[in-house]
Design a protein around this ligand. Structure first.
Ligand code: NAD
Length: 367
């Protein structure tokens, strides 16, 4: 009997192409490992707008809320550039994040050995890198009020954004970081700007208190966010888990991600609070890349970011740690063999299609 519900939202552009490769892995796990996944599928983004005039329908939203986990492909494309702002493709993703209250964004930066020489950094700086950025996703300066441009009446205008964090928001995001650190190397580095921002002073205080009260077994350090950016490119391997706010996390996670290569390689997860009854967190897993309209429909997109997002889903939503490890090892093994999609192609390697990459990873996983 199915016990694990997945809601698939492939979306637009290369989203469906990448999702097709994950579907093969799910089918294999159900057939050969009795994984018991039940899957349902909906529309999000431009395709949902074409079908319903909305970036995600209420019915699909209900399914996303009810599922154990949502797998999301990508949305958007030139076809929908002129649709009204409220129903633009990205509005579907924003509604999912908002209604599911996904406040914790997890972005791993892992350097696969086979790709270490394609980083812009020196190989020894990057080889073996495995860090996780935990970014607060629903608060801070992107949402704080007042948020406006006012006319000062003297030919000048003033743009205002407000950085605001409450204790509970800092406590819950740092708790996620500490919990994840316990499953890794048990170290958290918290980054803020307490030297110039009051919200940074509070951030530092609350993270320190949460650590002392509930997570004193985890090693905690603090770093100013600008110094953190510098250290990320100087010696990124010094970090295990980094926890930071929405704005700094946006930038630091992009820096960390690009240490390791192509957009087509980068997975992410967004988690909500644990349910009071079941302890399960609402969760959405998605590649970092967009719908790549320039290559959509050609069967050449790299499905690894989507497959690695599914590996995160196995790990964080279903506690299927062994399967997640095996799937990540399968990705590494296929890259070791020199198989590459166009975006990560290098001399001496073999260029393959999206479906061939998915098949090779599944074959390596199945052993
Ligand atoms: P993009 O990530 O779609 O593409 C950027 C470049 O990277 C392109 O050259 C693309 O071909 C390449 N690329 C991306 N993913 C790849 C993959 N898996 N394999 C091989 N190459 C890959 O970003 P963009 O071009 O700025 O945006 C295109 C559309 O996607 C826009 O409509 C944008 O709004 C949307 N977008 C959506 C999301 C999302 O769904 N979360 C994120 C970013 C952008």
């Amino acid at each position: 009997m199915a016990t694990r519900s997945l809601f698939l939202l492939p979306g637009d552009g290369i989203g469906p192409e990448a999702m097709a490769e994950v579907r093969k892995i799910i089918a294999h796990m159900n057939d050969k490992e009795a994984a018991g996944f039940s899957t349902d599928e909906g529309l999000v983004g431009g395709c949902a707008y074409d079908a319903h005039g909305q970036a995600i329908s209420d019915a699909d939203m209900d399914k996303a809320m009810a599922a154990d986990a949502v797998l999301f492909g990508a949305v958007g494309g030139p076809k929908w550039d002129a649709v009204p702002y409220e129903v633009r493709p990205e509005a579907g993703l924003l509604r999912l994040r908002k209604d599911m209250e996904l406040f914790a964004n997890l972005r791993p930066a892992i350097c696969y050995p086979a790709l270490a020489n394609s980083s812009s950094l020196k190989q020894d700086v990057i080889e073996g890198l495995d860090i996780l950025i935990v970014r607060e996703l629903t608060g801070g300066v992107y949402f704080g009020e007042p948020k406006e441009i006012i006319d000062l009446g003297n030919g000048q205008k003033r743009g205002i954004d407000t950085q605001v964090y409450d204790t509970y928001e800092i406590d819950r995001i740092s708790a996620v970081a500490f919990e994840l650190a316990r499953t890794r190397r048990n170290e958290v580095c918290s980054m803020e700007k307490r030297n110039v921002m009051k919200s940074g002073v509070l951030w530092n205080e609350v993270v320190t208190a949460t650590h002392k009260e509930r997570f004193s077994d985890v090693k905690l350090s603090h770093m100013l966010a600008d110094a953190g950016g510098m250290q990320l490119v100087r010696w990124p391997k010094q970090f295990d888990v980094i926890v930071t706010d929405n704005l700094f996390g946006d930038m630091l996670s992009d820096i960390a991600a690009m240490l390791t290569g192509s957009l087509g390689m980068l997975p992410s997860a967004s988690l909500g609070a644990p349910d009071a009854k079941t302890g399960k967190r609402k969760a959405l897993y998605e590649p970092v890349h967009g719908s790549a309209p320039d290559i959509a429909g050609q069967g050449i997109a790299n499905p690894i970011a989507m497959i690695a997002s599914f590996a995160m889903c196995l790990r964080y939503s279903f506690n299927m740690v062994a399967e997640a490890d095996r799937l990540e090892a399968a990705i590494a093994a296929v890259l070791d063999k020199g198989l590459r999609t166009g975006d990560i192609m290098s001399d001496g390697c073999q260029k393959i299609t999206t479906a061939e990459m998915g098949d090779a990873i599944l074959a390596a996983y199945a052993g």
